[in-house]
Design a protein around this ligand. Structure first.
Ligand SMILES: [Zn+2]
Length: 140
């Protein structure tokens, strides 16, 4: 058994051990057990961005919810102030909350239930309510 210096902490350790007993640094290049293995230093390991299934749909849901709420409010205010509501625009605007809720649902199905998709769903429902209430109030 030979003693080698750890590449991380520079303390003397056995060349037979897979890890440094002082700092835990892997010693693959020095250990006889791993002679043929390719050594990748821990510090050089690229950061792996974990793919989260359904996150795209969750984010899309939130974006659609925000856009839907924004334009629903504008439509509502214009309709209230002018007394004229354009139902074609309302139906088009209704696509945003519908899509926000559909995307939110897809996100759940894919196992993504974070707050982002919940915000999308909430904003979608809110803008749908604004559109329905707006259409109801103006048509009376
Ligand atoms: Zn060490």
């Amino acid at each position: 058994m030979a003693l080698i210096n750890c590449s991380e902490c520079d303390k003397e350790i056995s060349d037979k051990s897979a890890y440094c007993i002082n700092c835990g640094c892997p010693l693959f290049p020095h250990s006889n057990l791993y002679d043929n293995q390719t050594y990748v230093p821990v510090s050089n390991t690229p950061i792996v961005y974990k793919h989260i299934p359904g996150k795209g749909f969750g984010v899309a849901s939130m974006v659609l919810g925000i856009i839907g709420l924004f334009f629903s409010l504008i439509w509502f205010l214009i309709s209230i102030s002018t007394g004229i509501s354009d139902f074609i625009i309302m139906i088009v605007l209704f696509l945003f909350p519908v899509l926000a809720c559909i995307f939110s649902y897809i996100a759940i199905c894919k196992g993504y239930s974070s707050g982002i998709r919940r915000v999308g769903q909430l904003l979608g429902v809110l803008s749908a309510i604004i559109l329905i209430v707006g259409a109801f109030v103006i048509s009376i």
